[in-house]
Design a binder for this molecule. Structure first.
Ligand code: APR
Length: 176
């Protein structure tokens, strides 16, 4: 878990919080397209869009990361329209595609927590749990980075991770 700009990372793949058109936008989507250059949009245009909860892979072009996995997060409404499951799907599908491509390192932004309004704490819980479950069942990717854009976001994700680790070690102590 780090604070920073995901477009600067030297990892095998970075995940983009895109929209269903895959034509680019603001936020991290805009930053990734700006850093990758126009060829990214050209390749995205060949993909025919992407449904919410699904993901597509493209090259990274001018980015240090050779691959970009574009996923479309849910727009937060009230938590009663499958938003949590769809956000979990975004992480699972991105991880599946990274594994299929043989990527060893992958970085995620905080999907849906910006323009799409997903509450940060809930998003952190879903992202961390989904990723932990996937990594326990698959050999690749080896390393996952969560890149938070602000100190506030980083401290909230850090709190959620600490709580999960404490709960996990308590559960393990009870099992022995
Ligand atoms: N690196 C890492 N994280 C970033 C960066 C960056 N360069 N820029 C923004 N972020 C963070 C935001 O602070 C937020 O925590 O990414 C998170 C996701 O916010 P958005 O980019 O707004 O994405 P999202 O909420 O999923 O909304 C997606 O916004 O940009 C459009 O085309 C995009 O329509 C789509 C929608």
């Amino acid at each position: 878990m780090e604070r920073g700009d995901i477009t600067t990372l030297h990892v095998d793949g970075i995940v983009n919080a895109a929209n269903s058109s895959l034509r680019g936008g603001g936020g991290v989507d805009g930053a990734i397209h700006r850093a990758a250059g126009p060829k990214l949009k050209t390749e995205c245009a060949t993909l025919g869009g992407c449904s919410t909860g699904d993901a597509r892979i493209t090259k990274g072009y001018r980015l240090p990361a050779p691959w970009v996995i574009h996923t479309v997060g849910p727009v937060w409404r009230d938590g009663k329209h499958g938003e949590e499951e769809l956000l979990a799907d975004c992480h699972r599908r991105s991880l599946e595609i990274a594994m299929e491509k043989g990527l060893e390192t992958l970085a995620f932004p905080a999907i849906s927590t910006g323009a799409y309004g997903f509450p940060l704490r809930q998003a952190a819980n879903i992202a961390l749990r989904t990723t932990a479950t996937f990594l326990a069942e698959h050999a690749l990717p080896h390393e996952i980075y969560f890149i938070l854009f602000t100190e506030r976001d980083l401290s909230i994700w850090g709190e959620i991770l600490d709580t999960m680790i404490k709960k996990q070690s308590k559960d393990q102590a009870n099992d022995t």
